[in-house]
Ligand binder design. Structure first.
Ligand code: MRU
Length: 365
């Protein structure tokens, strides 16, 4: 997508042909900075410290992390050690495991001197596939937005609520939940987005709002508790979120707070859709509440907030009494029964075992 007229992906190779460049998402929306990753340890840090985040981009960064590792040391021992280091960075997004498994399966049978080239080619392939997948999610979700707009008699505003950031910054390009919104906007549908701020790290306020603004999509940032009120007053036509892991039976794990939005949508008859690429489906589990590990992050993300002062400096301040404890659960699970449909690169399906199996027959056991 464009940043001030320049087209960007979220991860790419530098001109030297081997260094990996990323956008430092911890600096947005106040400054746009590119960071160079020169070894696997840097890729692992980028994922753990959320310089990059979002399930598909985490997978792409891990793939390039394996390529950087093969440049330094293509031994069997380093394939295993690098995979382990990358896998330890974040527990919830399943694309990480998917990408690391794919790289290991590619590299294991190769001789060490063939590994570097093969790893770079595969990592680039994973990125290109993600762009194609997200573009197709956009096309499939566009029809839903278009139909809802037509069904309402083509009003001058159609309202979509989203949570966290599932835009192009969370993927390699286009995004998952935001891809249909970009495509609808580009097709001339007057889409307006309610952007949940998404405490504690504010991915909605600092990332989703930023990228929508850069693309010219009308949007309004709201605090996380507003969605239910808006839905009660007919101000949300549909919700679209992303997901970090979806079970084979359609349970959706996504940023903390997604479940509460789905409950409010259910109570108010508002369709609740989830955009997801195939690699975000974990075919090994059915029960998301029981089986998906939920990342718990440092409590300073809850007790502190970062923002720009009127003087222009970016500062972090404490917002909780020093004597209070805090907890920081990063994700929750929305049961399939609350999800109206899953928007995938292969089409839209019911959030159910049968629905997913219909679109991915080769995966369903
Ligand atoms: O902790 P993050 O920022 O990596 O979590 C990302 C999300 O939960 C997003 O909502 C997203 O939908 C998943 S990635 C497209």
């Amino acid at each position: 997508m464009n940043v001030d007229g320049t087209p960007y992906r979220t991860i790419w190779l530098a001109e030297d042909g081997w260094t990996v460049e990323i956008i430092d998402q911890t600096k947005l929306p106040f400054s746009f900075e590119v960071i160079r990753l020169q070894d696997c340890a840097a890729a692992a840090t980028a994922i753990r410290d959320m310089w990059v985040r979002g399930a598909p981009l985490i997978g792409a960064t891990a793939a390039y992390g394996m390529a950087l590792a093969m440049r330094d040391d293509p031994s069997d021992a380093n394939v295993a050690a690098s995979a382990e280091a990358l896998m330890a960075t974040r527990p919830t997004a399943v694309n990480l495991r998917w990408a690391v498994d794919a790289m290991q399966a590619l590299l294991a049978p190769l001789s060490p001197n063939a590994r570097k080239k093969a790893a770079y080619i595969r990592a680039a392939g994973i990125c290109d596939e993600d762009v194609a997948i997200c573009s197709s999610i956009g096309d499939n979700g566009l029809s839903l937005i278009h139909n809802a707009w037509e069904a309402r008699g083509k009003p001058d505003r159609i309202n979509v609520l989203t949570h966290c950031n599932a835009g192009w910054l969370a993927t390699v390009d286009w995004g998952t939940a935001l891809a249909p919104i970009y495509k609808a906007h580009d097709a001339g549908i007057p889409v307006h987005v309610w952007v949940d701020e998404t405490r504690p790290r504010n991915q909605g306020a600092s990332l989703t709002a930023w990228e929508l603004e850069k693309h010219g999509v009308p949007h309004t940032v709201i605090v996380d508790n507003v969605g239910g009120h808006l839905m009660q007053h007919g101000l949300v036509d549909m919700c679209i979120t992303g997901t970090d892991r979806t079970t084979a039976s359609g349970d959706v794990c996504n940023k903390i707070g997604t479940y509460l939005k789905a409950l409010a949508a259910h109570d108010n008859g508002v369709p609740f859709y989830v955009g997801l690429p195939g690699p975000t489906i974990d075919w090994t589990i059915d029960d998301g509440v029981r089986d998906i590990p939920i990342e718990q992050r440092d409590i300073t993300e809850v007790t502190h907030m970062t923002g720009r002062t009127s003087g222009g400096s970016v500062e972090t301040v404490e917002i909780v009494s020093a004597g209070s404890n805090a907890a920081n659960f990063a994700f929750d699970v929305t049961p399939a029964r609350l999800v109206t449909g899953l928007i995938t690169e292969r089409g839209v399906c019911a959030a159910s075992k049968e629905g997913l199996a219909g679109l991915y027959p080769e995966q369903a056991g």
